[in-house]
Design a protein around this ligand. Structure first.
Ligand code: MG
Length: 168
């Protein structure tokens, strides 16, 4: 019997550097929402670590190639690219394969900036892009207790679990 659910896991990390002109950090964007921070991700695309992990979770759940295979960081067209494009492609493939999102749980790990007050804004934006109710998505923010690269503010990390159900 064909399965009725598919689980997917996405993970991403980006190194953080001071923003230009003091370093190579791009503006700090999470789930398509811009945060004020003196450091930002070093990346070929816009470096949206959460959008990348969500994209890979969905692609993984349907057994599609991963984000790096679909959008190579050597391709000039992906330079500085809005990661929304990657997520929209993953969602398109998911729907084409006959699946829809049941729920998704996301964790972002960084010392700063604090997600706190803006978590709902991030969730709303992702829900809008995916065309799902915001209550199907959950976002948690954690620190890395000031140890290792993430804890020292030199990287930001995201983990995502998604459960897909057969589209009605
Ligand atoms: Mg990435």
């Amino acid at each position: 019997m064909a399965c009725t659910h598919r689980i997917g896991h996405g993970y991403d990390l980006h190194r953080l550097e001071p923003c230009a002109p003091n370093g190579n950090g791009r503006p700090f964007v999470l789930g398509g929402i811009r945060f004020e921070h003196d450091r930002g991700p070093v990346a070929h695309s816009d470096g949206d670590v959460l959008m990348h992990a969500v994209t890979d979770a969905i692609l993984g759940a349907i057994g599609a190639p991963d984000i790096g295979q679909l959008f190579p960081d050597t391709a000039p067209e992906n330079d500085g690219r809005d990661s929304r494009v990657f997520l929209e492609e993953a969602a398109r493939r998911m729907r084409a394969a006959g699946w829809e999102i049941g729920n998704m749980d996301m964790t972002v790990i960084c010392e700063r900036p604090k997600l706190g007050a803006r978590k709902q804004e991030v969730v709303q934006n992702l829900a809008h892009i995916l065309g799902v109710p915001a209550e199907d998505l959950n976002l948690k923010g954690k620190t890395h207790e000031r140890v290792d690269a993430v804890g020292e503010g030199r990287a930001v990390e995201a983990h995502v679990s998604v459960l897909l159900t057969r589209a009605k």
